[in-house]
Design a protein around this ligand. Structure first.
Ligand SMILES: Nc1ncnc2c1ncn2[C@@H]1O[C@H](COP(=O)(O)OP(=O)(O)OP(=O)(O)O)[C@@H](O)[C@H]1O
Ligand SMILES: [Mg+2]
Length: 506
């Protein structure tokens, strides 16, 4: 079959880095084409060029036989040629309903200019039915889950006439169950004739969903393979350019000193399902306690409550002996809490500031970085350079704005800052979400080193492999209650999965 898209000799330079350096890809009609590579390899940039978001420096793009050379074309034209893109960071308007978001900018009108909502609803109903894209059209976006928001984004591109859908790391924000659901939607769309580009660095997923696979490394095209001719180990070494070491054996926590404990905690939520009821657990010095649960069972509310962002209705939470119920986030932080937040875009980073500013933000009160309203730029840059090197943040440029970093490198900034803050207790939510195989290892190693220094960690992750690799003990949260507490010796992924669905009580 002829490719629907050919990109050849693509070059794109950004101020600090050559994002795409001789990129190419052939996408055939009716396939699921996986695009893989490490953080910062240029995957998002290559696809944003195809979607017309930036001008090309040089190269050619051909879409369905139409050939464009640098500077390419605009997003408007890309949409007209049937290209749609769902970005790594969603672009929905929180205050509007699902339906309003879908038709935004492409509103069907009646004669006289009034909006024709019923026609829109009818069109959208077709996608919902044909592809199993279940969404509540009347709900406001801020009340729907991440998985649902993603389906809204997909519908939005279909509504604009997309024949080729680019999904940029769609599973980074999904639970295993939601991922399965998405995969079945993607297969149905492919079998119905749509073409899909699936960006990811999760090898298991690529082997499951991809028909063909293109690998990028450091902005360059490496190769394109048929899924059936390759395997995860080969893909990992093609991505990274070297062998990738596995997880080291877990260090055990020896101390009996309790660092953090909650007792009979009650927390209200915006939605009834996830209200926390009578939650109790404790964490010892140097221990990792994993919280496993399907998204929406109270994890977010628990973390918000413990970090001072959500009101605690009843019970106690003690950090180093001090009851933190009712305390402000800043006071809790001062009492010894570090926090890698779940959503780095909302709470973790200020994207308009530089990498250095974001990295040193947790230490703004320290005299070595200034005082009397004066900041010592040299000291801040030196501090940032050090972390950038330790955590292999790319590009290694402290003055680059965080908005210009790739998704995985932005995540590394939050992790670096919070681990380096050396608080005695760290809440780590999805710490390796969106980062590549090499960086996952680096982040897990630094968490383990912090643990060995006596830092206690509450690990919240929807990635069960991560929970099982990192945790000393595991509690499962189901419908706002703790349904089981397991020592990570006699647990496997099946028993854990069952407990997460409320199946096992102990
Ligand atoms: N708008 C921009 N301005 C400046 N630099 C950018 C911009 N977008 C991307 N970059 C840089 O280009 C390089 C490639 O980034 P890109 O987002 O394409 O990587 P990626 O392969 O999608 O990585 P990830 O897996 O982390 O999302 C990175 O070094 C990034 O910092
Ligand atoms: Mg990306």
């Amino acid at each position: 079959m002829d490719p629907v898209v050919q990109m050849r000799n693509i070059h794109k330079q950004f101020p600090h880095v050559k994002a795409v350096d001789g990129g190419r890809i052939d996408i055939q009609a009716g396939e699921i084409h996986a695009l893989i590579g490490e953080n910062g390899a240029g995957k998002s940039t290559l696809m944003r060029l195809l979607y017309g978001m930036y001008p090309l420096d040089s190269g050619t793009i051909s879409v369905g036989g139409n050939v464009f050379s640098a500077p390419g074309y605009s997003t408007k034209e890309a949409i007209r040629m049937g290209i749609g893109m769902v970005h790594q960071e969603f672009m929905l308007v929180n205050e509007l309903t699902v339906l309003e978001n879908v038709i935004l900018g492409f509103e069907p009108t009646l004669r006289g200019g009034r909006l024709d909502f019923s026609r829109a609803e009818e069109n959208i109903g077709r996608y919902i039915e044909d592809y199993g894209l279940d969404v509540p059209l009347g709900r406001t976006v801020k009340t729907i889950s991440v998985g649902t928001a993603q389906r809204v984004e997909i519908i939005k591109t279909l509504y604009r006439g997309a024949e080729l859908l680019i999904l940029d790391e769609p599973t980074a924000v999904l639970t295993p169950q939601e991922t399965e659901q998405l995969f079945s939607i993607l297969r149905t769309m492919r079998d119905g004739g749509k073409t899909i580009v699936f960006i990811s660095h999760k090898l298991g997923e690529i082997m499951e969903i991809g028909d063909r696979i293109t690998v990028m490394r450091a902005g360059k095209y490496v190769t394109t393979l048929n899924k059936k001719d390759t395997n995860p180990a080969e893909l990992a070494s093609l991505m990274v350019g070297r062998e990738v070491p596995g997880d080291k054996p877990r260090v055990r926590a020896a101390s009996t000193e309790t660092v953090f404990s909650v007792e009979h905690l009650y927390v209200a939520s915006d939605r009834e399902l996830s209200t926390l009821r009578d939650v109790s657990f404790s964490i010892r010095r140097g221990e990792v306690l994993g919280i496993a649960g399907v998204d929406g069972n109270g994890q977010s509310e628990l973390i918000e409550a413990l970090t001072g962002l959500r009101k605690i209705q009843g019970g106690t939470a003690r950090l180093f002996g001090r009851n933190i119920v009712g305390e402000k986030p800043r006071a809790i932080r001062a009492a010894g809490l570090g926090h890698i937040p779940e959503d780095r875009n909302v709470r973790g980073l200020n994207k308009d500031f530089t990498a250095a500013e974001n990295l040193f933000a947790a230490r703004i009160d320290e005299p070595r970085f200034g005082g009397w309203g004066i900041l010592r730029k040299g000291a801040i840059l030196g501090y940032a350079k050090n972390l950038i090197e330790t955590f292999d943040i790319r590009p290694a440029a402290p003055e680059v704005r965080v908005a210009a970093l790739s998704g995985g490198n932005a995540q590394k900034i939050v992790v670096a800052r919070e681990i380096d803050a050396e608080k005695g207790f760290l809440i780590a939510c999805q710490p390796t979400r969106g980062v590549d195989v090499g960086a996952i290892q680096a982040i897990r190693d630094t968490l383990n080193q912090a643990k060995a220094r006596g830092v206690s960690i509450l690990l919240v992750s929807t990635d069960l492999d991560e929970i099982l690799t990192m945790s000393d003990r595991i509690v499962t949260l189901y419908k706002g209650r703790i349904t089981s507490e397991l020592v990570n010796e006699n647990v496997n992924i099946e028993s854990l999965g069952l407990a997460m669905m409320g199946g096992a009580q102990s």
